[in-house]
Design a binder for this molecule. Sequence first.
Ligand code: BEZ
Length: 211
Amino acid sequence: MAVQLGSIAPDFTQESTEGKIEFHKWIGDKWAVLFSHPKDFTPVCTTELGLVSKLKPQFEKRNCKVIALSVDDVASHKGWIGDIEDTQKTKMNFPILADPDRKVSTLYDMIHPQANDTLTVRSVFIIDPNKKVRATITYPASTGRNFDEILRVIDSLQLTDHHKVATPANWKDGDDCVIVPALSDADAKAKFPKGWKALRPYLRMTPQPNK
Ligand code: BEZ
């Protein structure tokens, strides 16, 4: 069964490059991004892990931890980290889960047999501090992920959790937002003192409320 938005992220205990991880305990009171890699010593994955280590301050700014998964074992991961650090000119600074028994990849439905029988696809799970799955994104092995997009989704989730807005196409932090349709104009007046532009009664654009 696929992991659905709004469901509690399956908990697990599994070895990683930073020791045993009890997933919910490891998340603690933070947000988390869990993302899978098809295999160790593969080129696209090498660039992704290097990039995420460089972006870690951006995730931390959003109170968010990151954790990768690849189906190989810890010894293999540790050998691969040397290559990641050398080729991507970075220092790995977050754990890579080992999953030789496919425990976590099965729990999270990361293996799509019609794409590949044994390797995971590139899954992304964004999980909130209540351990709820808030967003999932799936890419094929051949396409490296856009981690700016993942940061953008976290920005949107954190904003819309606290304000009665949604974020329009290609929104990025600081852009105008849409007022949720469920909010009446009368209630919107109190919540959005900067006002809004109504393109249609259901399409009301307002400056980002927390800026
Ligand atoms: C890669 O990470 O480069 C990769 C992994 C599996 C299949 C294709 C590419």
